[in-house]
Design a protein around this ligand. Structure first.
Ligand SMILES: Nc1ncnc2c1ncn2[C@@H]1O[C@H](COP(=O)(O)OP(=O)(O)OP(=O)(O)O)[C@@H](O)[C@H]1O
Ligand SMILES: [Mg+2]
Length: 288
């Protein structure tokens, strides 16, 4: 088995990145043969909350088993510890066909921001440039993720809004980038900025990295319909720089509520959205 690595990323906040990560991880894991690892590199720790729940996440944070702790020891203290003990295996309480979904989590915590700053501060004091720090982060993560591919069918990074060394590293070691966006004026500007700057930069080193925009939180207004079309037209004009998934995630209270649904069946959790999510999972499985 060699699993696929996906990064869900957009510099713009609130466009549905985390909701996409959770819904996609859970939908892929409805296949009993499929195991998924979610890696949360966002200090908001939203994905960690959604998967582990508040109490379990507090336990993980108190036990120092979050990604920021791992990064700190490996990057700043040059400690050789392995990532194994940081992964919370099969932590999901959501079930499908009477079996818990096979979802594991490498959690984040609000300390990630402090650690990232601390790492940058300490390493720049050792005369390392930002580029070198990004390089070290990639150098650390790449072989670990390469090994994890042997154990998981999908590894999905939930990235923070903005761009950080960790987001860059996640993108650099991914097979596919998913860019959720709301089809409105400002979010469309955000997609244009992302594809023209960040994606272009990453592609210099990863020319074949695939990137697809996912229209999320779409409502029935003309404004959204127009911007959905603008994004499709931009993708067509981009000569393959990025594509657009056919699947569209509608703006729906059910999706927002699903993020606060910890314990029950997948079908209860997503009810009417199951078909849309199943289409998205099919598109993801088909990515080359
Ligand atoms: N399809 C949807 N329908 C309705 N509400 C949604 C939908 N998708 C996401 N939301 C809501 O929109 C808000 C932002 O979603 P989410 O946290 O997934 O975005 P994000 O891009 O991860 O945000 P951030 O940039 O802060 O990490 C949340 O309150 C979420 O519940
Ligand atoms: Mg998020």
């Amino acid at each position: 088995m060699a699993g696929k690595v996906l990064s869900v990323v957009n510099m713009k906040g609130g466009v549905g990145k985390t909701s996409t990560v959770i819904a996609l991880a859970e939908t892929l894991a409805t296949d009993p043969a499929c195991s998924v690892l979610v890696i949360d590199v966002d200090t908001q720790a939203n994905a960690s909350h959604c998967i582990a729940g508040n109490d379990k996440l507090t336990e993980i944070i108190q036990a120092d088993k979050t990604i920021d702790d791992f990064f700190y020891w490996r990057l700043v203290e040059n400690d050789r510890r392995s990532m194994d003990s940081y992964i919370n295996r099969n932590i999901s309480l959501v079930t499908h066909l009477n079996q818990p979904l096979k979802i594991s989590l490498l959690a984040s915590s609000p300390y990630l921001r402090i650690t990232e700053r601390e790492i940058i501060y300490k390493l720049t004091k050792r005369n390392l440039s930002m580029e070198a720090i990004e390089g070290q982060t990639i150098h650390l993560l790449a072989p670990i993720v390469e090994q994890l591919r042997q154990h998981y069918d999908y590894i999905i990074f939930d990235c923070a809004p903005g761009i950080s060394a960790f987001t860059t590293a996640a993108m650099m070691i991914s097979d596919h980038i998913i860019v959720p966006t709301i089809p409105d004026f400002l979010s469309t500007l955000g997609v244009a900025a992302f594809t023209a700057s960040i994606l272009r930069e990453i592609r210099q080193q990863r020319p074949n990295l695939s990137a697809n925009v996912l229209i999320a939180r779409k409502n029935n207004t003309r404004h959204h319909a127009e911007h959905h079309k603008i994004i499709i037209d931009k993708a067509k004009a981009s000569s393959g720089t990025f594509g657009v998934f056919d699947t569209v995630i509608p703006e729906s209270t059910a999706m927002a509520q699903a993020m606060n649904f910890m314990d029950g069946t997948y079908t209860q959790k997503y009810s009417k959205l199951s078909d849309v999510l199943s289409n998205l999972a099919t598109e993801i499985r088909g990515l080359k």
